[in-house]
Write a protein that binds this ligand. Structure first.
Ligand SMILES: [Zn+2]
Ligand SMILES: [Zn+2]
Length: 358
């Protein structure tokens, strides 16, 4: 089959003779229809993702059509349209037994059944991908393959929000108007009933799209050199009372030290904060701990999309509560992968997610 292959870090090849792996027990072979990239793909290519062994076929955000199933599979059949989430746990370690298979103790040990699709096993930037059916969610007819490639992104946003929750009428601040942040804005607005959403970011074009997708107020933090003023200005947007009270819920997807600190400072007493942006080590939260302790904040971390949450994410797309179409750009063949990667990296045409059709 044709595939994008990384023979070693920082090297890309398009091959036509990659092996199509026969589905084993509990697996399915999927004809990939739509595949996309996120910032993590740049880390994988650079050899900075510890679990990835080279040569490697990338691709962890994709959708496709089932062509064959392995033994013991009754939940899917040939012809089914599916969206993929990349994490498959071993299924038997303490965290997997809790449904937190994204925190599996047997990470990377494929012999235990663990798979991280596009990370530790070959992914969906290829004509076909073979993976556990546990990673595959059926797409309703109304959800296109391109929309289905956002299965993981919607799951990530939804899980982060559900880590701390949004109550109807809550005042919400969201940091980071990237793909995940803009999906979170829509979930907060359309599915959770937030009364006010303030979106904070560094790029006006992305913030403006955030307004179209449901944010009430925008703050470009780049235009405010003093971080203290970011907090003040965001609180002022809630009116005179908001300056002292703050936000009920704050979600951070920007991944910077400043945004994480400001997220905590924006929360009201007894408020809720979810930090989901910084997935790489090395960043530090320099904050007065009394803000959290005396403010009695619930501050949660959030990683990826466990507990089958992606299925509910797909439902949000199907019911048009989340619109991922504005996040798509381009229409690339697999052979144009390097151009797609380039356009993604340089945000050509404002690219959030470049759409590759293998
Ligand atoms: Zn990703
Ligand atoms: Zn496990």
């Amino acid at each position: 089959m044709r595939a994008v292959l990384y023979p070693k870090p920082n090297e890309i090849k398009i091959v036509s003779d990659a092996e199509v792996r026969k589905p084993g027990p509990g697996e399915a072979l999927v004809r990939v229809k739509s595949s996309t990239l996120c910032a993590t793909d740049l880390k994988i290519l650079a050899g900075k993702f510890p679990g990835t062994k080279f040569p490697h076929i990338p691709g962890h955000e994709w959708s496709g059509e089932v062509v064959e199933t392995g033994s013991g599979v009754s939940e899917l059949k040939a012809g089914d349209r599916v969206g993929e989430e990349p994490h498959v746990g071993c299924g038997r370690c303490p965290r997997c037994l809790e449904g937190l298979y994204t925190l599996c103790f047997n990470y990377g040990k494929t012999e235990t059944g663990h798979q991280h699709i596009g990370f530790t096993i070959n992914g969906g930037l290829a004509e076909y991908c073979t993976c556990s059916v546990r990673a595959l969610h059926k797409l309703p007819e109304s959800v296109s393959y391109d929309e289905g490639a956002f299965t993981e992104s919607v799951g990530v946003a939804l899980y982060a929000i559900e880590r701390v929750g949004i109550n109807p009428g809550d005042k919400v601040a969201i940091f980071g108007p990237g793909a995940i942040g803009l999906i979170a804005v829509q979930i907060a607005r359309n599915a959770k009933g937030a009364s006010k959403i303030v979106l904070l970011g560094t790029r006006d074009d992305r913030l403006e799209l955030g307004r179209k997708l449901g944010a009430d107020e925008l703050i470009n933090v780049k235009s405010i050199p003093d971080p203290e003023k970011v907090v003040k200005q965001a609180r002022e947007l809630l009116g005179p009372e908001g300056v002292t009270v703050g936000f009920d819920m704050v979600a951070e997807f920007a991944g910077s030290e400043d945004s994480a600190r400001e997220a905590i400072q924006l929360a009201r007493r007894g408020g809720r904060v979810v930090l989901a942006g910084s997935t790489s080590p090395g960043k530090n939260l320099n904050i007065d701990l009394s803000t959290i302790v005396r403010g009695q904040l619930d501050v949660h971390g959030s990683l990826a999309d466990p507990m089958g949450i992606c299925a509910r994410g797909i439902d949000l797309i199907a019911r048009k509560l989340v619109n991922v179409k504005p996040l798509m750009s381009g229409n690339y063949r697999l052979e144009e992968f390097e151009k797609a990667l380039d356009d993604f990296q340089n945000r050509v045409g404002g690219a959030y997610r470049v759409m590759i059709h293998p």
